[in-house]
Design a protein around this ligand. Structure first.
Ligand code: C2E
Ligand code: MG
Ligand code: MG
Ligand code: MG
Length: 289
């Protein structure tokens, strides 16, 4: 376009950028088919307390295209957001989550496990969002008390009053909210106080070098203090070693999620493991020993 002048004009012809645009459009076309053709699955990853008791699982979307193979969420979620495909995709995730919870609600062990799913901002602000969830709860005869929704600070770019009223409407069903990737966004702390949240999820980027990086330690300390003063649970993401757990524990963090306790795997697999281990995560494999 004529408006792209000066130094920016160079970027327009940047071959790397063209490759990126092609890739996005390939992903978008393939993703459009994926929703209706059985290429998606919802993997689960356990969330544990200090006793290794599994109190929750996070649902993570997986997509295997016949030609592209496994495409990671970091590649297709942004494309889905930008194209609007996140609406049918997100609805599929909600359906799967409710189906799992309906299967679990009569099992003596699984019935106490919470399932959390990721909700993108565009999905949250879509006009039908609340009613899609309500329909699924009704269809599966569920109350929402075992369903948690993970949202990010970017929700707050929109009107705070609308965000809070939607959260409260869902909260009436017992649905809880977790703030994902906490610390990486730019929400003001004043906003945070207004949101009906249950849990803060410390972003894995702060956990990764926690043992060696003083800045990360300071950030984690701050998040834990914030959680305790706002009376929110705090869970650390991306936990890969026992040393990280000891450190986190000594800092006052008691909830963990990460490869140390289990990788994301198909729902049936975790379902069986949770039953076999009577609600506990298997003995952790220390990746860093
Ligand atoms: P997230 O919600 O913050 O999920 C955590 C990510 O960290 C997942 O990546 C998980 O596989 C990975 N992870 C868990 N434990 C460890 C660990 O110990 N070490 C490392 N290095 N990574 C770990 P994944 O599954 O690739 O998902 C990436 C992101 O894609 C998610 O980040 C979430 O933002 C988005 N996403 C995934 N599924 C959905 C979905 O159904 N809907 C939406 N809207 N977004 C989703
Ligand atoms: Mg998440
Ligand atoms: Mg996260
Ligand atoms: Mg993320």
């Amino acid at each position: 376009s004529a408006k792209i002048g000066g130094r920016n004009a160079i970027r327009f012809f940047d071959p790397d950028m063209q490759v990126e645009l092609n890739r996005r459009s390939t992903i978008e076309k393939a993703l459009r088919r994926a929703v209706n053709s059985n290429q998606l699955s919802l993997y689960l990853q356990p969330q544990v307390d200090i006793e290794r008791h599994i109190f929750g699982v996070e649902g993570l979307l997986r997509w295997e295209d016949p030609i592209l193979g496994f495409v990671p969420p970091s590649d297709f979620i942004p494309v889905a957001e930008a194209s609007g495909l996140i609406i049918p995709l997100g609805e599929w995730v909600i359906e799967q989550a409710c189906e799992i919870l309906a299967r679990w609600k009569h099992d003596p062990i699984l019935k106490s496990v919470k399932l959390s799913i990721n909700i993108s901002p565009r999905q949250f602000h879509h006009a039908e969002f609340v009613s899609v969830i309500e329909k699924q709860l009704e269809h599966h005869q569920l109350d929402g008390s075992k369903l948690e929704l993970e949202v990010t600070e970017s929700l707050l770019i929109e009107d705070i009053d609308i965000t809070v009223s939607r959260m409260k409407a869902l909260g009436k069903h017992g649905i809880q909210f977790a703030l994902d990737d906490f610390g990486t966004g730019y929400a003001s702390l004043g906003y945070l106080k207004q949101l009906p949240l249950a849990l803060l999820k410390i972003d894995q980027s702060f956990v990764k070098d926690l043992l060696t990086d003083n800045n990360d330690e300071a950030i984690v300390t701050t998040i834990l203090a914030l959680g305790s003063s706002l009376e929110l649970g705090v869970i650390a993401e991306g936990v890969e070693s026992r040393q990280q757990v000891s450190k986190l524990e000594s800092m006052g963090c008691h909830l963990f999620q990460g490869y140390l306790y289990g990788r994301p795997a198909p729902a049936e697999e975790w379902q069986r493991k949770i039953i076999d281990n009577k609600g506990f995560a298997p003995e952790p494999l220390n990746l860093k020993e």
